[in-house]
Design a protein around this ligand. Structure first.
Ligand code: URA
Ligand code: SF4
Length: 190
């Protein structure tokens, strides 16, 4: 993981290197059973070089706490390691350029559960694990557990809303909490 972090500092595989302050590799335990995959660093993440340290990060911390977990019990990564200017959506090209890093991180950690945060993470992880036919709107499949067999063993994939939704729609907090309970149940039974 240290080597990946070092590589990110000089990575120019897509044009986002030109506008980033710091790349954000991720944070947490390398022996975590659960990996959360967000979208990309935002303003504060870019400044600090850490994932989910802004408003959405506060929501994520609250959700983890609601199931009795702390950041160090899990690993938190993103699809893109550098911030898209103005927090615009990632492009397909950027995702293609950057996801070798996320792939390598998942190889290292070998999680039992991958919880996707938001649509870009959902799309990438579902495609990666051959769940193309199961892809659907997040409003349809949030909180559901999709079990896939890989050569390394069974992985449970749980699509979740991005925690940022609760910052502009507080009603979503209840939905997120319920879905996190589902993640916790998958964690206790794996
Ligand atoms: N949103 C994300 O998707 N990732 C972060 O690290 C912060 C905000
Ligand atoms: Fe490299 Fe990813 Fe940053 Fe693009 S977003 S420069 S591919 S680390």
């Amino acid at each position: 993981m240290k080597r990946i972090e070092e590589r990110l500092k000089t990575c120019k595989r897509c044009e986002l290197w030109e506008t980033r302050t710091n790349p954000v590799v991720g944070e947490g335990s390398l022996s975590a059973k659960i990996v959360f995959v967000g979208e990309a660093p935002g303003y504060y993440e870019d400044l600090k070089g850490k994932p989910f340290v802004g408003k959405a990060g506060k929501v994520l911390d609250d959700l983890l706490e609601s199931i009795g977990l702390q950041r160090n019990d899990v690993y938190i990564a993103n699809v893109l390691k550098c911030r898209p200017p103005g927090n615009r959506n990632p492009t397909a090209e950027e995702i293609r350029a950057c996801t070798l890093y996320l792939d390598a991180q998942l190889e290292i950690i070998q999680p039992e559960i991958i919880a996707t945060l938001g649509n870009f993470s959902l799309a990438y992880i579902f495609d990666k694990f051959g769940l193309h036919s199961k892809k659907d709107k997040i409003s349809k499949i949030h909180g559901k557990v999709f079990t896939v067999s890989t050569i390394a063993g069974v992985v449970k994939i749980v699509p979740l809303y991005h925690p940022a939704v609760a910052t502009y729609n507080p009603n979503m907090m209840e939905t997120l909490k319920k879905d996190f309970k589902g993640v916790h149940y998958a964690f206790l039974t794996c």
